[in-house]
Design a protein around this ligand. Sequence first.
Ligand code: ADP
Ligand code: MG
Length: 326
Amino acid sequence: MHKIVLLLALMTSSLCSAQGIFKQEMTLMGCHFDITVVAADTTRGDAYIQLAVDEISRIEKLISSWDPASQTSEINRNAGIQPVRVDRELFDLIQRAMGISQLTDGAFDISYASMDRIWRFDGTMTEMPSEREIAASIQRVGYTHIQLDAKSSTVFLEKKGMKIGFGAIGKGYAADKAKSLLMEKGVTAGIINASGDMNTWGQQPDGSDWKVAITNPLDKTRSFGLLPVRNSAVVTSGNYEKYVVLEGKRYAHIIDPRTGYPSSGILSVTVFAPKAELADALATSVFVLGIDIGLDRINQLPDIECIIIDDRGDIHTSDQIKIASR
Ligand code: ADP
Ligand code: MG
């Protein structure tokens, strides 16, 4: 998975501290995770990391739309047929996702998953699809056609062929859950890194903050700056190597679920938020909303900041962010 490289400055524990930093890498939810905890020794560090792995795997089983046995697949199979009773946890996640759809005027939409795949971003596409094809591709998309019944904890997709998917929120949600579980177990500090989506808590054993460096995707040797991340999440969206140029315009691989057109103008979006779930969803949303509306929306949200790199390599930031190019 290519995205802005978020370099993690992991400093080793100071001499006077009994605590150490323990880190493991693994594949979860189809992507690369690394989990870091601060603990007294390897045995405890490994045990804590295992708890996080189990928690993320549990969530994957619930929300994966690839796994035919998941409740999410059950919802999708019953689209246009009948409501499906699901665990409260999944119900609540869908409800929050629909809240983000409202917040972003539908730029974020978990029913994006029913879009026809008419765009290819692997270099094999040479001409625009027709307007009719584009319009038809989003016929089954629309969060307003997801019916929730809180009393019976059921989810119903109104249209036949409708589907939901958690590609832009699931990793963030899983990272939040793993983090809160470890905090509950008494782990004082750590980082859940889901393919560059960072979620931190506590501090390094030497008392310093965890820091991430945001590098320029157009020139990986140049960093935009090192930013401390205090008990919060930083998520980057944007695979700047996946795009298509059609009729002189560069389109990125994130498609606007309202129009069926791929987004353009943005190379990557990094969102800072207290929770990874919201950061994850908003990073994808800003891509779709574009620079002006995206920043405007972010500036209205408390405790949420964002850095956008446009396709000329220029940086745009929300009001509270000050970074110096180095
Ligand atoms: P990454 O693949 O680097 O995690 P994102 O966080 O931006 O990138 O997530 C992109 C994924 O989100 C897509 O692969 C797809 O699964 C899903 N997605 C794409 N567009 C939307 C959208 N408009 N609303 C919700 N989810 C989306
Ligand atoms: Mg995302």
